[in-house]
Design a protein around this ligand. Structure first.
Ligand code: FE2
Ligand code: FE2
Length: 140
């Protein structure tokens, strides 16, 4: 069987949003998506992909709930919109899980690309926007 080169998603310093707890959670999400990319490239089976996606869903839930709680606690003005963005991603991950469950087919690299692009884009734009607000409130 031919193997493609694994697409990777690795943490970079430019992803830092200036709040250590969030950086650690983002790194965990990035590592889970990276693992999915490797699983896809290695043509690992349905079960492996299901467990990686389940871990990603759990880390996503953990991170979004932490981030949302902090944004609310610190009265971040754009919190409602930020929650909407999170909900969209949660729904996408749930849909991929459901599709995987239903078809028992393996995931394609397009799924990896979607997850990577979404998270990278979200960290670099929406998450980065709360940085001055939270840092200004003394959160690091
Ligand atoms: Fe966020
Ligand atoms: Fe985040």
């Amino acid at each position: 069987m031919s193997r493609m080169e694994a697409p990777h998603f690795v943490w970079k310093d430019e992803y830092s949003v200036g709040v250590r707890a969030f950086d650690l959670q983002h790194a965990k999400l990035i590592a889970a998506i990276d693992e999915l990319g490797v699983a896809i490239a290695e043509a690992r089976g349905y079960r492996a992909m299901r467990s990686i996606l389940a871990a990603l869903a759990a880390y996503t839930e953990e991170h979004f709930s932490t981030e949302e709680r902090i944004l609310q606690r610190y009265s971040y003005p754009d919190v409602a919109h930020h929650l909407t963005l999170h909900r969209g991603f949660t729904q996408s991950v749930a849909r991929y899980s459901a599709d995987l469950q239903a078809s028992r087919a393996v995931l394609s690299v397009a799924v990896f690309r979607f997850l990577k692009n979404w998270l990278e884009g979200h960290i670099l734009t929406a998450d980065m926007q709360y940085r001055p607000h939270l840092n200004g409130s003394g959160l690091r």
